[in-house]
Design a protein around this ligand. Structure first.
Ligand code: NAD
Length: 453
C-alpha cells in the first residue's frame, strides 16, 4: 500500500470515532504490550546486530520504559480522558465549564536510532492512549530494529489505525509533504529544523525532541565517590550515544585531581572492553570517524584506544579542555568525556548560561546555594541534582527540551496532553437571561457591565 493511501485511510478511520472509545484504546495498548512481549527476543537480536547493545541494557533502557508507559496509561486512561470541571466566572453564570481532552487525529512519529525502541514506541503508546491513529517512521540508521518494528506492528495492527513505515531520508521527505494533526520528531537539531519547516507548510503542530551539549558540574561540596560512579554509568551507557548523557564535565579545580582518579577507577571497574557485553558499539563508520577526530591525543587522561573493525571506542576522558577545543563545538554523542576545570561556581554558571539551552544539565553538590543558583538561573530541558539521566524514569516529570534542544514534552500526563486538544466547552442554562449585553446600548447598561467585568 502506498503511504499516501495509508494516511488517507487513517484519516477516514479516525472520523469513524472508534478511537475515542476508552475500551478500544485499552484493547490496543494491551495488544501492543503482548506483541512486544511475544517478540522480545526478535527485538533483542535486532538491536544487537545494529550496535551490539546487550539484552540487559535493551531491557532496562528501552523495553521496560515502553511496558511501564503502557501500564501507566492502562491504569490512568479513564481519569486522564475525563472532562475536567473548572470554575465558571460571574459573567457566564448560570453555566458549567468543562475542558475535554480530545484526540488530535492522525499523528506522525519520527524516531531516532540511539534508543530505537523507546524513542519510537513510547510516543506511539501515548498517542494511541490519547485516542489518535498513528504512523511510525523509525530511524533507518538502526536498520535491523527498524525492520523488526515494521514487522511486529504491520503484522499485528490494522494499517488504518497504526502503521510502521520503512524508509530513509527520501521516504521521510515524501511523508513530510502530507498533512498530519501532529508530528512528533526525535533527532538532531539540524533535521528538527527541516521537519519544522515542512510542518509549517501544512500548519501542522510539532513536538521536537532534540539534543545539545548537556553539562555536568561537580563542585568541591559534592559527594565525589557517588558523583564519579553515576557520571561514568550515565556517560558510557550506550557508548555515550544518549541524548541526555552528560556531554562534558565542569569540575572545581581543588577537587579535580582526586575526582579524575575516581572516574578512572570506575571505568576500570565497569570493564568496558571491546568484547564486553556491558559496552555498546558505535552505530556506524560515519559516526566512528567523526568521533575519533574529536580526540586530541595530547589531552587524553584515560582511554583513547579504538578499533575501527569492531566500531569500538574506549571510554575516553580528555583534560585541560577549554571552550575553543573541537570537542566543545558540537554535541559529542559518543564515549568521549571532556573535562573543563573552574575555580568560581557563579562564573562558570554564567558561562554556560551564555550557551544554547541544553536538553539536560546536572549538578553534583551538597551546597544549598549552588543548588538554588543552578535550578533558578540555568535554563535546560530537565535534569538532576546529584545524579544523571534518572529524571527520565519518573513519569510524573515532563521530558522535553527548551530553545535549541526542543519544543514540547511528553511522559505521563504531559504526553497525554501533548497528543490531545484541550477543548473548552461552556454550557449555559437557558433561563434568567438579563438583556444587559444586548443592543440597544445605554450608559446605564455600560455602568452595570463595568461593575461586572
Ligand atoms: P537524525 O536527526 O539524523 O535522524 C532522526 C530521524 O530523522 C530519522 O528517522 C531520520 O530518518 C530522519 N531524517 C534524517 N535526515 C533527514 C532529512 N534530511 N529529512 C527528513 N528526515 C530526515 O538524528 P539521529 O542521528 O537519529 O539522532 C541523534 C540526535 O538526536 C542527537 O542530536 C540526539 O541528541 C538527538 N536525540 C534526542 C532525543 C530526545 O529525546 N530529545 C533522543 C535521542 C536522540
Amino acid at each position: 500500500m502506498e503511504i499516501q493511501e495509508v494516511v488517507s485511510k487513517q484519516k477516514a478511520f479516525f472520523k469513524t470515532q472508534q478511537t475515542k472509545n476508552i475500551r478500544f484504546r485499552k484493547m490496543y495498548l494491551e495488544k501492543l504490550r503482548d506483541v512486544i512481549l511475544q517478540n522480545e527476543n526478535l527485538l533483542y537480536e535486532a538491536i544487537y546486530k545494529d550496535f551490539g547493545k546487550s539484552k540487559f541494557d535493551t531491557f532496562t533502557t528501552e523495553i521496560s520504559f515502553i511496558l511501564n508507559d503502557i501500564k501507566y496509561y492502562l491504569k490512568n486512561l479513564k481519569s486522564l480522558s475525563k472532562p475536567k470541571k473548572v470554575r465558571t466566572n460571574l459573567v457566564n453564570q448560570i453555566g458549567k465549564s468543562r475542558i475535554h481532552s480530545e484526540p488530535l487525529g492522525n499523528i506522525l512519529v519520527i524516531g531516532a536510532w540511539n534508543y530505537p525502541y523507546q524513542l519510537s514506541l513510547s510516543p506511539i503508546v501515548v498517542a494511541l492512549a490519547a485516542g489518535n491513529s498513528c504512523i511510525l517512521k523509525p530511524s533507518e540508521i538502526a536498520e535491523n530494529t527498524m525492520k523488526a518494528m515494521v514487522k511486529i506492528i504491520n503484522e499485528n495492527f490494522p494499517p488504518e489505525y497504526l502503521f510502521a513505515y520503512e524508509g530513509g531520508i527520501d521516504e521521510t521527505t515524501e511523508l513530510l509533504k502530507l498533512k498530519f494533526d501532529k508530528i512528533f520528531f526525535t533527532g538532531s537539531t539540524k533535521v528538527g529544523n527541516i521537519v519544522y519547516k515542512a510542518a509549517a507548510e501544512n500548519l501542522t503542530p510539532v513536538v521536537l525532541e532534540l539534543g545539545g551539549k548537556s553539562p555536568a558540574i561537580i563542585t568541591k561540596d559534592a559527594n565525589l565517590e557517588v558523583a564519579a560512579k553515576r557520571i561514568i554509568w550515565g556517560k558510557f551507557l550506550n557508548a555515550g550515544q544518549t541524548c541526555v548523557a552528560p556531554d562534558y564535565l565542569l569540575v572545581e579545580e581543588s577537587v579535580q585531581e582526586q575526582f579524575l582518579e575516581m572516574l578512572r577507577k570506575n571505568i576500570q571497574q565497569f570493564k568496558y572492553e571491546p568484547e564486553s557485553e556491558h559496552y555498546t558499539k558505535i552505530i556506524n563508520k560515519k559516526n566512528f570517524e567523526r568521533l575519533i577526530k574529536l580526540v586530541n591525543h595530547e589531552k587524553i587522561y584515560v582511554g583513547g584506544e579504538y578499533d575501527e573493525e569492531k566500531l569500538y571506542i574506549e571510554p575516553t576522558i580528555l583534560t585541560n579542555i577549554n571552550w575553543k577545543d573541537d570537542v566543545m563545538q558540537e554535541e559529542i554523542f559518543g564515549p568521549i568525556l571532556p573535562v573543563i576545570s573552574f575555580t568560581n561556581f557563579n562564573l562558570i554558571l554564567n558561562e554556560i548560561i551564555e550557551l544554547e539551552k541544553p536538553l539536560a544539565a546536572y549538578l553534583f553538590t551538597n551546597n544549598a546555594e549552588e543548588k538554588e543558583s543552578f535550578t533558578n538561573k540555568l535554563s535546560f530541558g530537565g535534569g538532576c541534582i546529584n545524579d544523571v539521566m534518572m529524571h527520565l524514569g519518573n513519569e510524573n516529570l515532563p521530558f522535553g527540551g527548551v530553545g535549541n534542544s526542543g519544543i514540547g514534552n511528553y511522559h505521563g500526563k504531559f504526553g497525554f496532553e501533548t497528543f490531545s486538544h484541550q477543548k473548552a466547552v461552556l454550557q449555559r442554562a437557558t433561563w434568567g437571561e438579563p438583556d444587559i449585553k444586548y443592543p440597544p446600548y445605554s450608559e446605564k447598561k455600560l455602568g452595570w457591565i463595568k461593575k461586572f467585568m
